[in-house]
Design a protein around this ligand. Structure first.
Ligand code: NAD
Length: 477
């Protein structure tokens, strides 16, 4: 497919981009109510299409309907509700203080829309990770071009109808297709690019953005650890890890990638984890493979990748503690837990992004901290501990995009918390007010009275009086 011929509502990429440039200028001074109206249209559409969303994601990777409601529809509706109710406040200019040296002037910060924005989204939460950034972009007054993932065609079809029903392509447009479409889009001078996906593609996006000095938000991935010390309720920790890891079949950017556990409680934790897998994903005792509550791997490529990770670890001597069953035709991999995974196993080197959970252990908590600090900074870090000393140690000594203590994954669901990574797990923040700010230019405005400025005495020529004034400025102001 030639990207230039890619159609969005029968228009080419370039035509849409140019049309959006005009719209973005018109939208610059629109009343906030117009933005709220657009967000309400999206809200109405989502509420009216709850069942269609469930069906599309079931077709894409057998994602259970309740999981779709919780991790896609509910999250997007929360983002919409939160944004709609706070937007009037967020758009207000903010007065800031004035130093004595500039006395007489007044300063403020205004949030202005960046302009024409591009959102490139992944397949793992294809509705949530397409619409949530769109909510922030529209709230901030921008036009949007969305490029969803080619791996979830049923969700993309639904997103396409939503965009077509609510917007003109000169306002919000969608271009579906593979990476060639993204690459064509990335040639254009967008005012902001919001990319969610792998660190490898994140680098490509950033290089393209650099050509135009477009600003970027990169929501990337990596290996998010979960630390479990010897003070916790192991049943509770096992259940929370089980849900956070195996929901969406482990294909969650902030799922615990691996466990670091105090050696003294590892065996008990593993017993609890096996029980939790049965309770959550095989409550009827018919086998997880037959359970309606467990999704599938997205495609053959990812199935093979995960199957190879599993085989590599087992070949190198890892112990299978749970799961291990796979069904290639069904893209099924059971919730799988491994211990004794040796250094050098691929599963410890790369983001797993699937239902395989390696368990590593430590004698002293400091070893876990050192291990984490020897790797790229994670997107999320989980700590299960009743000890405030241990919690403070981990918070103070490690760096990650987010931390959840005694829980996992749900930090994503609080729109008051900035969401994002650090360095290789991404940069820039999203959700709620932070999402609005990501798509806004914080414009500094200083207003002076005509004919006045406190700085005039230090203008050239640098006479003795001017020099004295500069001396005073350095000394007192
Ligand atoms: P991906 O990087 O392969 O693809 C993401 C998007 O980029 C897709 O729309 C794809 O078509 C496009 N793309 C792929 N190759 C490209 C290229 N060469 N040039 C331009 N565009 C290209 O990621 P994925 O497999 O869809 O998603 C999995 C990754 O995303 C994991 O690493 C995961 O951790 C990460 N992720 C991060 C977050 C977050 O919020 N931080 C959320 C979900 C997923």
């Amino acid at each position: 497919m030639s990207p230039q011929k890619t159609k969005s509502n029968n228009s080419t990429i370039l035509e849409v981009f140019e049309a959006q440039r005009i719209t973005s200028t018109l939208w610059r001074d629109e009343p906030v109510q117009a933005r709220i109206k657009r967000l309400e249209e999206i809200q109405k559409w989502i509420l009216a299409h709850r069942l269609d969303i469930q069906k599309a994601l079931f077709k894409d990777f057998k994602k259970p309907a309740s999981e779709v409601d919780l991790t896609e529809t509910y999250v997007v509706l929360t983002e919409l509700k939160h944004t709609i109710s706070h937007l009037r406040q967020w758009v207000k200019p903010i007065k800031v203080e004035t130093p004595i040296a500039l006395i007489g002037s007044q300063s403020s910060v205004r949030y202005e829309p960046k302009g024409v924005t591009l959102i490139i989204s992944p397949w793992n939460f294809p509705l949530n990770l397409s619409i949530a950034p769109m909510v922030s972009a529209i709230a901030a007054g921008n036009t949007v071009i969305l490029k969803p993932s080619e791996l979830t065609p049923n969700c993309t079809k639904l997103l396409t109808s939503m965009v077509k029903e609510i917007f003109n392509p000169s306002e919000v447009a969608i271009f579906s297709g593979d990476k060639s479409v993204a690459q064509e889009l990335l040639k254009l001078p967008f005012d902001h690019i919001f990319f969610t996906g792998s660190p490898t593609v994140g680098k490509i996006v950033m290089k393209s953005a650099a050509e135009h000095l477009s600003s970027v938000t990169l929501e990337l991935g990596g290996k998010s650890p979960a630390i479990i010390d010897d003070t916790v309720d192991l049943k509770d920790a096992a259940e929370k890890v089980c849900w956070g890891k195996f929901m969406n079949c482990g294909q969650t950017c902030i799922a615990p990638d691996y466990i670091l556990i105090d050696k003294s409680v590892q065996d008990e934790f593993l017993d609890e984890l096996r029980l939790a897998i049965d309770r959550l994903f095989d409550s009827e005792g018919i086998g997880v493979e037959n359970s309606p509550d467990y999704a599938r791997i997205i495609n053959d490529h990812h199935f093979d990748r995960l199957n190879n990770l599993l085989a590599d670890a087992l070949d190198l001597g890892a112990t299978l503690e749970a799961g291990g069953l796979v069904n290639e035709q069904e893209c099924y991999i059971a919730p799988t837990v491994m211990s004794d995974v040796p250094d050098g196993a691929e599963v410890l080197e790369h983001e797993i992004f699937g239902p395989i959970l390696p368990i590593l252990n430590f004698d002293e908590l400091a070893e876990a901290v050192d291990y984490i600090n020897s790797k790229p900074k994670p997107l999320a870090l989980y700590l299960f501990s009743k000890s405030s000393d241990n919690r403070e140690l981990v918070l103070a000594k490690t760096s990650s995009g987010s931390v959840a203590i005694n829980d996992c994954v749900i930090q994503f669901m609080n729109p008051y918390l900035p969401f994002g990574g650090i360095n290789s797990s991404g940069f820039g923040k999203s959700h709620g007010h932070q999402g609005f700010k990501a798509f806004s230019n914080m414009k500094s405005v200083l207003k002076q009275k005509i004919g006045l400025t406190s700085i005039k005495p230090v203008y050239p020529p640098y006479t003795a009086i001017a020099k004295n004034a500069i001396d005073l400025l350095l000394k007192y102001f």
